[in-house]
Design a protein around this ligand. Structure first.
Ligand code: 13P
Ligand code: ZN
Length: 274
């Protein structure tokens, strides 16, 4: 099943793919263990900084092999692609899905850059995600710049993009103010365009709000911060309790709580088969 077919299936069933960022072998393992436990499809996301950290080929080969070994339905996605150059490298490495994020550029420039990526992705049959509106990135202030239904419809029409990340009240990282998703706005965007809608910044959003968003058109839910946070918290605790230097005995104790977290998240988005 292609990414586009998977997202469309979710759209029809009012479920969502959980798109999880991974940073190293341990966080990848947590995602795969959870997905195989609940039999959910995985979308493994790499940002530029994770690619810089692990190296593109190492990250992709590790992810590809993990998908095969765990026997789950899976794909690799570029998250917040900052340039057409990185998109091209990822397409060449076989990513099934790429995001070009020109959301901080003016509308017309965002359209232009996204169109370029849509054309680039065609020969690879890869899915393309873009972002419209202001979803605060790490360190940026929350609020403002919500996506309008009119702009969303115009953007999708002009670019032919497969998936669109929308600004409806979510933000990346920990929330300083309690998150409140603008569900009526999301419903209006969903009514205005058939494109697959993406929720970024799902860490810290109460599960009932995420479920409501899925009921109103979200088909891909991005999760990153809670994965890092759960892993690092658990690791710190383990390290205070042991002098063990065999990291192969230490790291699994920090992986387990991430597996539990992710099983809950797969259930939240409705793609857990068991
Ligand atoms: P969080 O880090 O807030 O979960 O956001 C994840 C995300 O949107 C990745 O693109
Ligand atoms: Zn994001």
């Amino acid at each position: 099943m292609t990414v586009q077919e998977l997202l469309k299936k979710c759209q029809a069933e009012k479920t969502a793919v959980l798109a999880t960022n991974f940073y190293n072998f341990e966080t990848l393992t947590a995602v795969m263990k959870a997905a195989s436990k609940v039999q959910a499809p995985v979308m493994l996301q790499l940002t530029r900084s994770s690619i810089d950290y692990m190296g593109l080929k190492v990250a992709v080969r590790m992810a590809r092999q993990a998908i095969e070994d765990y026997g789950v339905q899976g794909c690799i996605h570029l998250d917040h692609g900052p340039s057409v150059e990185l998109v091209q490298r990822c397409l060449d490495e076989g990513f099934e899905s790429v995001m070009i994020d020109a959301s901080e550029k003016p509308f017309e420039e965002n359209v232009e850059t996204t169109c370029k990526v849509v054309e680039m992705a065609k020969p690879y049959k890869a899915s393309v995600e873009a972002e419209l509106g202001y979803v605060a990135k790490l360190g940026q202030e929350q609020g403002g710049g919500f996506t309008t239904p009119e702009d969303a419809a115009r953007f999708v029409q002009a670019t032919g993009v497969d998936a669109l990340a929308v600004a409806i009240g979510s933000a990346h990282g920990f929330y300083k103010l309690p998150p409140h998703l603008d569900i009526p706005r999301l419903a209006a965007i969903h009514a205005a365009t058939p494109v697959c809608l993406v929720l970024h910044g799902s860490s810290g959003i109460p599960h009932d709000q995420v479920r409501e968003a899925i009921a109103n058109g979200i088909v891909k839910v991005n999760l990153a911060t809670e994965i890092k946070d759960t892993f690092m918290r658990a690791l710190k605790t383990v390290l205070t309790e042991t002098n063990e230097i065999d990291l192969r005995k230490v790291f699994p104790k920090a992986v387990d709580p991430v597996v539990d977290l992710l099983c809950e998240k797969y259930r939240m988005v409705g793609t857990a088969a068991i």
